[in-house]
Design a protein around this ligand. Structure first.
Ligand code: URA
Length: 206
């Protein structure tokens, strides 16, 4: 298994498949994950979505955004006219980190150090996919893409990820799991605002 990103950085994979093979062989930074969850979607996708890290379902199934937050994202994308199978979906961190509570595996937020450990992969992935627009879902994705802590409430909307020179446009919105955690009376409005953001994404991608 490949342990450190430093060991990967000189591997210079020539394709997304070669990069993914490296990710698949790498050890989780924090032990426990079943498997690495790779990005999903076509090379050349116009829009790429970056989430935080795989959750319980993603870890079991080995696919990004298949659990409750992913289902919410899929529904919102469909409402906004974005085809999920034509977008590229990935995460800042490729392994599930959790704490066991009885039978449940409770997601734990990745640290800034963990996010930077995985950043090399995310950058290479975006190089290979070559999207026109990258959507950061929540603060961890923003941290991965900018290297800085940026408050979502202030930065929400079109955003320039300077690290990438102008290779793609950026857009910041909330993470779908934030919508799931809101009190019931706040959910509908926050979901509508999320769908509005995705409609703007759809328009920018044209
Ligand atoms: N949350 C994420 O950020 N990514 C996933 O793949 C699933 C849930």
């Amino acid at each position: 298994p490949v342990r450190a990103v430093a060991a990967m950085a000189d591997q210079d994979p020539a394709s997304l498949d070669a990069l993914n093979a490296l990710i698949r062989r790498s050890e989780p930074l924090v032990p426990g994950a079943t498997q690495a969850v790779l990005g999903e979607g076509p090379v050349g996708a116009t829009v790429a979505f970056v989430g935080e890290q795989p959750g319980d379902q993603e870890d079991r199934q080995g696919r990004p955004f298949v659990g409750p937050a992913g289902q919410l994202l899929s529904r919102a994308m469909a409402e906004a006219g974005l085809a999920r199978d034509r977008a590229y979906l990935t995460n800042a961190v490729k392994h599930f980190k959790f704490e066991e509570r009885g039978k449940r595996r409770i997601h734990q937020k990745p640290t800034a150090g963990e996010v930077s450990h995985y950043r090399w992969w995310l950058d290479r992935e975006l190089d290979f996919v070559g999207p026109k627009l990258v959507v950061a879902l929540g603060a961890t994705a923003v941290l991965a893409l900018t290297g800085k802590a940026v408050p979502i409430t202030r930065a929400r909307g079109p955003f320039r990820f300077e690290r990438f020179d102008n290779r793609f446009q950026g857009f910041i919105t909330v993470h779908p799991s934030y919508l799931l955690r809101l009190p019931d009376e706040a959910k509908a409005e926050a979901y509508a605002a999320f769908v509005d953001d995705l409609r703007r994404v759809e328009a920018l991608a044209q």
